[in-house]
Design a protein around this ligand. Structure first.
Ligand SMILES: Nc1ncnc2c1ncn2[C@@H]1O[C@H](COP(=O)(O)OP(=O)(O)OP(=O)(O)O)[C@@H](O)[C@H]1O
Length: 242
């Protein structure tokens, strides 16, 4: 079963007169998989991700969420516990420390998170997993771009969302940290979440369970892997549109 269906989505940004950013895009996203949106610069990856995450709206077409996501909800209505989003711009708050930034979704949640999820030990665990626990008490401006990127990823994962959207999550990292973050994303997906990211990095694309390749605002190829390196053209329940 899919978790997210993208159905006939077209998007023309303001000022785009000719080719739209997305043209009748159909795509399906599955839980338990790390999916990479790949393709050349300007092919529409960020636009698709931001529409799925509720930061932009399509001109036509729709995004459908399936259980356990709240079906019938528009992307902008998703809670942080449903969907975490890592934008390219990171948007860390400068007046909060790294740890406080990561804890922020707990403090902003309209209802208390379940179990002990509010406990700051979860923030510490994400900081440790992403190798930035030694920076917990620094302010973002006192950290490197790659460290800020990992802090923003920890924040997106903090409420253990069922889907994670991440725009170029390794774009500012050196190769060893690319491997670390890729492993974290793979492990998180293996726990049952849909992890959907954009990337140009061959190492990240190679580690993906599914690679959706875009060109000129359309999906031109979808490859699912059964295990590392083993490629299959389609999953068993795959629909003919893919
Ligand atoms: N806010 C905007 N206003 C006008 N055009 C935009 C805007 N955002 C994106 N575009 C255009 O839409 C198209 C798709 O852009 P998008 O950012 O989705 O591509 P991308 O595949 O994510 O690129 P990259 O790999 O460089 O991040 C491009 O032609 C881009 O110039």
């Amino acid at each position: 079963m899919t978790l997210i269906d993208v159905i006939g989505v077209t998007k023309r940004h303001p000022g785009m007169s000719e080719r739209p950013a997305l043209h009748r895009v159909d795509a399906r996203f599955y839980p338990g998989r790390l999916t990479v949106l790949a393709g050349p610069s300007g092919s529409g990856k960020t636009t698709l991700l931001s529409i799925m995450g509720g930061f932009d709206v399509p001109d036509s077409g729709e995004i459908r969420f399936r259980e356990p996501l709240p079906s019938g909800t528009a992307p902008a209505g998703l809670a942080w516990s449903d969907a975490g989003y890592l934008p390219q711009a990171l948007v860390l708050l400068d007046e909060l420390t790294v740890a406080q930034n990561v804890q922020l979704p707990v403090n902003l949640a309209p209802t208390p998170p379940p179990g002990d999820l509010a406990d700051p030990s979860h923030t510490t665990a994400w900081l440790r997993a992403l190798d930035i626990d030694h920076l917990a008490d620094r302010y973002p401006s006192q950290t490197s771009g790659g460290e800020q990127q990992r802090a923003a990823l920890a924040r997106a994962l903090r409420l253990r969302p069922r889907v994670l959207f991440a725009d170029e999550p390794t774009g500012q990292l050196d190769p060893s940290r690319v491997d670390l973050v890729t492993d974290v994303l793979r492990d998180y997906a293996a726990g049952g979440a849909a992890v959907i990211i954009t990337s140009h990095d061959p190492a990240v694309i190679n580690a993906a369970d599914t690679v959706v390749t875009m060109e000129d605002g359309t999906v031109v190829d979808v490859v699912h892997r059964t295990g590392r390196g083993a490629m299959v053209p389609k999953p068993p329940d795959h629909a003919p549109t893919w």
